[in-house]
Design a protein around this ligand. Sequence first.
Ligand SMILES: NC(=O)c1ccc[n+]([C@@H]2O[C@H](COP(=O)([O-])OP(=O)(O)OC[C@H]3O[C@@H](n4cnc5c(N)ncnc54)[C@H](O)[C@@H]3O)[C@@H](O)[C@H]2O)c1
Length: 335
Amino acid sequence: MKTQILKKKIVKIFHKYGLSKNHSSISADALINAELVGAYGHGLSRLKMYCDRISKNVINSKAKIKIKKISQSITHVDGNNSIGFVAADTAIKIAINNAKKTGIGLVAVKNSGHYGLSGYYAEQAVKKKLMVMVFTNAPPAVAPHGALKSLFGTNPICFGTPTGSKIPFILDTSISMINRGKIRVAAREGGKIPEGVALDKFGKPTTDPKKALEGVQLPIAGFRGSGLAWMVDILSGVFTGGNHAGRVKDPFTDFSGPQNIGHLFFAMKPNLFVGNNFNKRIKDNIKKIKKLPKIKGVKEILYPGQNKFNRYKNNLKKEIKISKNILNDLNILLK
Ligand SMILES: NC(=O)c1ccc[n+]([C@@H]2O[C@H](COP(=O)([O-])OP(=O)(O)OC[C@H]3O[C@@H](n4cnc5c(N)ncnc54)[C@H](O)[C@@H]3O)[C@@H](O)[C@H]2O)c1
């Protein structure tokens, strides 16, 4: 389906469910971007879930976002349980403005919901020539190191910087071996997941996505990944006023209340310490790394974000492929 036609359909659906035209458009753009970068687990496969949550009043379709300025650099945003895209869009724009004015923009968000891809917000800051860090917590999926029960979300860690070229450096990674969205898509489409990424509810390794969803996902690098997940929970939950310590509700299965997810956006001017030399220094850094001798079969050493940028550019030229299941959702939601 052509991107513009798809956007119109998504906006129509969200608007029908009570979101303003502006909020519907912000949300549609985020979902379409996820499809274009190939992050299908955070794209259209979630549209029905958002609509279900709006119908059940656990996403506030009429959210009035509250903005509390703490200093020229620091702002606290209360999302009023809006759809996560809208609270996050508000917050990154404030972080960018604060950083442009003072060098640093720190924005904490509470009472938000699932906002999709951290990198989508990081890119907005990098396009404005800023460095950025973005954190969000997520519902329980990963067991803390040594624990028998999931508590941490797949809590992505995201860092972005201008590179002096048109392709931004965006490291945007879950702390789990694979992100939960991919497992959900595999469960829905009848696929399998790779070995070594999840255990079933009895603690046995599994490649069955349904069993993985009932069990636990494994963190990257054992206790190190578990520590990173914990750090993200503190920064985006404890610090912001959002839910933390496993209290974020699963958006697909728990409609007993809003998620109250927390996010943290931290934007910085790259010239703070080295002035205009930053551009030269970052180019030198990337060039040095790219020139290293390569392992057999590797054509180019990529920096984080390069692969997604290339995918996005290629996909922009094509129509967006929509699976039968999702097309079915779209048609039902449009009725
Ligand atoms: N909102 C939420 O609750 C939530 C939770 C988890 C994940 N997510 C999002 O899901 C998305 C996918 O996460 P993921 O962990 O599956 O990402 P991924 O594994 O696809 O990529 C992780 C990072 O590695 C980089 N990368 C990939 N291949 C590379 C290569 N060959 N060389 C160099 N770098 C390479 C990517 O550019 C990216 O920055 C992210 O955008 C994340 O923010 C959201």
